[in-house]
Design a protein around this ligand. Structure first.
Ligand SMILES: [Cu+2]
Length: 165
């Protein structure tokens, strides 16, 4: 009996948005309960820690005050590590330059290789001086962190811990 109920609960959330749903989901702007300003520098975030309640919908307004391209990506450590080779590929293809993103080249290459498109609702990749917003619903129990996966940045500590209250 218990197993059947569990299946019914699990199936819709898996089929909705694939693996993404397991770490939360794109938030509804009408449900935002907190706005967090994040400043990105070379190579760290300010603040470098967020306190979030379960099921809260947060709007992050992310500014890149650094002199390099930086990413604000919400995910598990495992997801970040998996994403890093894709970012390396963007560097090798000269899409991702130190202080600039070649959007034209990104568009061309993403037709052949979808991992190059870099458009996910859980991340933004910003050039110096740019800003963007992410609205995220934290309805997951997974351990999450915001991180920059531009090659070298994660290892130099460009990570912000997400603590669940
Ligand atoms: Cu970075």
């Amino acid at each position: 009996m218990n197993k059947i109920i569990l299946l019914f609960i699990l199936i819709p959330s898996i089929s909705n948005a694939g693996s993404m749903n397991m770490m939360g989901e794109k938030g509804d702007p009408a449900q935002i309960s907190k706005v967090i300003i994040v400043k990105m520098y070379d190579n760290y975030y300010e603040p470098n820690k967020f306190e979030i309640k379960k099921n809260q919908t947060i709007k992050f307004i992310v500014y890149n005050y650094g002199e390099q391209v930086h990413e604000f990506n919400i995910g598990t450590k495992k997801m970040h590590l998996k994403h890093q080779p894709e970012m390396m590929k963007m560097v090798e293809n000269e899409i991702l330059l130190v202080d600039r993103i070649d959007k034209k080249k990104m568009k061309e290459l993403s037709k052949k290789d979808h991992s190059m498109s870099h458009s996910h609702s859980n991340s933004v990749l910003l050039e110096p001086g740019q800003s963007a917003e992410i609205i995220w619903k934290f309805n997951s129990d997974m351990d999450l962190e915001a991180a920059c996966n531009v090659p070298g940045h994660y290892n130099s500590g460009m990570i912000a811990k997400i603590n669940k209250l």
